[in-house]
Design a protein around this ligand. Structure first.
Ligand SMILES: Nc1ncnc2c1ncn2[C@@H]1O[C@H](COP(=O)(O)OP(=O)(O)OP(=O)(O)O)[C@@H](O)[C@H]1O
Length: 226
């Protein structure tokens, strides 16, 4: 079932960079990877999808109203609060009960340190707390901005499992990443951005077959003539 259609979606900053006339569509229950190099436009697109910014031109048609759960890329938690206090605070906005808060903390292995101040957390632990808060609630669309940032290989593998669990519950997942192999392992669909424009978009397996490319990395390098 169609979830979203973007038609010539643009958000251009004063320096003429940003996202330029992006057109794509997304079906419900799919996992979409937004990939591309630094400055390609991934975060700009995520800001439009999450409603943090409004496009300057073009349109975004949601075929079904969505409750969005969101993992930002640079979260600054109040460092004097503990992990459980932060989660309780965020859970109160989403009407999530205590049991679910506890489950989520266990899922990201922060249960034992839940009473520690976030100030004492490593980068990866803060990122796992960020992941935990995004998993709270029942939003039908989960948007993750660079979720692998700061995670070690074990947690990258766990993240993959968590994302696929959400997909299996019927949730649509959109995430951005620089890790092309990770994108290939998790995503059904891919949107490759380059300098604000869409270079490749569609079902990943079909694209690789059509382009006769062994991997997304190979295809990306080929398209950029690198
Ligand atoms: N606030 C801003 N003002 C001016 N230009 C901006 C602003 N934010 C982003 N840009 C420009 O828009 C383009 C797209 O940036 P964006 O942050 O969306 O890229 P990205 O794909 O998320 O990059 P990265 O992988 O480095 O996080 C870049 O050229 C960037 O310089």
């Amino acid at each position: 079932m169609m979830l979203l259609e973007a038609n010539k979606l643009s958000y251009v900053y004063d320096n003429n960079r940003g996202l330029l006339e992006a057109s794509f569509s997304l079906q419900t229950g799919r996992v979409l990877a937004l990939v591309g190099g630094n400055g390609a436009g991934k975060s700009t697109l995520i800001r439009l999808l999450t409603g943090q910014e409004k496009q300057k031109s073009g349109e975004m048609i949601w075929h079904k109203p969505q409750t969005i759960r969101y993992m930002p890329d640079d979260v600054d938690f109040p460092s004097m609060l503990s992990a459980i206090e932060i989660l309780q605070l965020l859970a109160s906005f989403k009407n999530v009960d205590k049991e679910e808060q506890e489950n989520v903390l266990r899922r990201v292995a922060l249960w034992d340190v839940r009473k520690q101040r976030v100030k004492q957390f490593s980068k990866g632990m803060r990122q796992r707390l960020n992941l935990a808060q995004s998993l709270l609630g029942n939003g039908s669309l989960l948007i993750l901005d660079e979720p692998t940032n700061g995670l070690d290989p074990f947690w990258i593998a766990e993240l993959k499992k968590l994302m696929l669990e959400e997909k299996n519950k019927g949730c649509t997942v959109i995430f951005s990443t620089h890790l092309l192999a990770f994108a290939e392992e998790v995503a059904d669909d891919v949107l490759v951005l380059h300098e604000g424009e869409i270079l490749i978009s569609g079902a990943l397996k079909e694209i690789l077959l059509q382009e006769d490319s062994p991997s997304l990395e190979n295809l990306w390098l080929k398209k950029l003539n690198l």
